[in-house]
Design a protein around this ligand. Structure first.
Ligand SMILES: [Zn+2]
Length: 564
């Protein structure tokens, strides 16, 4: 009798746990289960357990991937999470993104040495080259002043891409912007002005060349050693203004020096559409450059709508790059992967574009993590996700749970403005073009806030919405991810990645294989393997939701036993 009661008790407990774990696990469309305190208590217990099981991964990072969400401040991460969940027909607020499953998290202080609110050029110099610099400058230290070539002579600083090359790694740069734009440029170029992308006479010309500077496009194709993989947009600055674009015959190149840079200087292969990318034999050691658009690449929201479009998505480029490098090389790689157009959507105060770009950026992270796991190299790969700067983007308004993040706060009295009794937008910007937007009731009712062209209301007038000065998140996973915690200066990110991988100034840090043992590459692999074996520990914690899956499996097994 006692046994029977005990069995029934266990059965009941198992059923309860199964229900709770299923509710937490599955994406939810209502929140009734959350009325129970047990739901929250169990979720918290599992969260603590997961953290307690973590062990620091102190392997040497064989591969490093830096994911850079341009303009992805904390409000974008939160609103992007909700958008991603809602695109999957869930409430959204409790959705779990790829980046937030990373083990460690910190905040990065983004200011430039001369600017409270930074730009993408000097911030890229910080997180890629390890030094803070003046606004608008790329790959040069703080002595270089924007637009002043002479001030930049002798001020060059090298980037983690070069440090990785010196360590014998394959390197790649992927972006959805022009490949010569600020973020990617800081990995390979040195210039006191981010606008010196092309020899076009307007922004950069003979005077700058005479002073000793080179345009960014020229620096890319002549980089030594060549970058193994380059994927992005921006063909225009590589061709003379007398030559029409390969995809858009009515558009010409921007160069006024009559140079066709890819034909004349690029030592590798060149492709310009997805078909060619998919036909590329993975693992070919010849450098590869794919420039898929004349200017920036399209917003993901538009790319998927245009049937004849033959550009790859950020996820597709990410998958290609990782498979390419893993097929090519056993000695490891460095990849910079930029979701560059989150920033563009925000500058235009078009949140649909910005948040959908965030979603695709997060998809690319998931794609990378899954692929590395399948190939058995996840624990040898340091993944860092961060932003260069934030935006004056905000959301709120006491909206009901599950409210469309792109819409108005719900029309219950609490959520209507107590000044004009009209609905208020969930999303707004601190500045931008839609200043003093019309608040006529009929007009508000006619708006489609889900449209890519909808402009959010802004508090102050400005043609282009500006960056924000708030700290941005840094998520890290893999070897030495525990270095990326707390509030950090942005330039320390480059150092922490190099420390984890024994690159650059950290080549001989304690724990790195000695230089003598590292060449040739085969010895390096053996030495690294030995070093790994010596420091091998269970890597990382178990993800909360993997744990739920495990619990479900165990409980199902128990239930079957009980029924038998
Ligand atoms: Zn920007």
């Amino acid at each position: 009798m006692v046994n029977r009661i005990k069995f029934q008790g266990i059965l009941l407990l198992n059923i309860c746990l199964l229900i709770i774990s299923n509710f937490v696990n599955a994406g939810r469309t209502d929140w009734s289960v959350e009325k129970s305190a047990a739901f929250w208590n169990e979720q918290a217990r599992l969260s603590i357990e997961e953290i307690l099981q973590r062990r620091d991964n102190t392997r040497i990072a064989k591969n490093v991937i830096l994911f850079l969400g341009d303009g992805m401040g904390v409000p974008t991460v939160t609103a992007g999470r909700i958008r991603k969940g809602q695109m999957k027909n869930q409430l959204g607020e409790d959705y779990i993104t790829e980046m937030e499953q990373f083990q460690h998290l910190g905040l990065s202080k983004t200011y430039n040495i001369d600017a409270q609110t930074p730009d993408s050029a000097a911030t890229a110099t910080a997180y890629l080259c390890g030094v803070k610099a003046q606004l608008g400058t790329i790959g040069v230290d703080g002595r270089a002043k924007r637009q002043n070539c002479t001030s930049s002579i002798g001020a060059n600083v090298s980037s983690i891409l070069s440090w990785a090359q010196q360590a014998g790694k394959k390197v790649g740069v992927i972006t959805t912007t022009r490949i010569t734009h600020a973020t990617p440029a800081a990995s390979y170029a040195h210039t006191p002005d981010r606008d010196w992308e092309s020899f076009n006479t307007k922004t950069f010309g003979i005077k700058q060349v005479e002073d000793g500077c080179r345009d960014i496009s020229y620096q890319l194709v002549t980089h030594k050693p060549p970058i193994d993989l380059i994927l992005g947009g921006g063909r225009r600055s590589f061709y003379p203004n007398s030559i029409s674009d390969v995809e858009y015959p009515t558009l010409n190149g921007t160069r006024t020096d009559n140079r066709s840079l890819i034909d004349e200087y690029w030592p590798g292969s060149f492709i310009w559409n997805k078909k060619q990318m998919n036909k590329t034999i993975l693992g070919t050691t010849k450098p590869l450059m794919g420039l898929f658009e004349y200017n920036h690449m399209l917003y993901e929201t538009d790319r998927i709508k245009i049937k004849e479009n033959d550009d790859p998505s950020l996820s597709e480029m990410t998958k290609f790059a990782i498979e390419h490098f893993l097929t090519m090389e056993r000695n490891g790689f460095f990849l910079l992967i930029e979701g560059g157009k989150i920033d563009h959507g925000h500058h235009d105060t078009k949140p649909r574009y910005a948040l959908d770009e965030y979603v695709e950026f997060d998809n690319a992270i998931g794609q990378a993590k899954q692929l590395l796991k399948e190939k058995g190299v996840l624990d040898d790969t340091l993944l860092v996700v961060t932003a260069d700067h934030s935006h004056v983007f905000t959301f709120g308004g006491y909206s009901n749970r599950g409210s469309n993040i792109l819409g108005f706060a719900s029309s219950e009295s609490l959520n209507v403005s107590d000044i004009d009794q009209l609905p208020i937008n969930i999303i707004a910007y601190g500045n931008g073009p839609n200043y003093r937007s019309n608040r006529n009731a009929t007009y508000l009712a006619s708006l489609n806030t889900n449209s890519t062209e909808y402009l959010s209301p802004t508090a102050q007038p400005n043609q282009d919405e500006t960056h924000g000065g708030d700290d941005v998140p840094v998520f890290a996973h893999g070897p030495w991810s525990h270095l990326f915690i707390g509030t950090m200066e942005q330039h320390t990110i480059a150092h922490k990645m190099a420390y984890a991988a024994c690159w650059g100034a950290y080549t001989n840090r304690n724990g790195c294989p000695s230089l003598a043992n590292r060449t040739p590459a085969t010895t390096a692999t053996t030495t690294a393997a030995a070093a790994r074996a010596a420091t091998a520990r269970p890597s990382g914690g178990i993800n909360l939701f993997h744990q739920f899956n495990l619990i479900e499996k165990v409980l199902s097994f128990l239930l079957i036993l009980i029924f038998i």
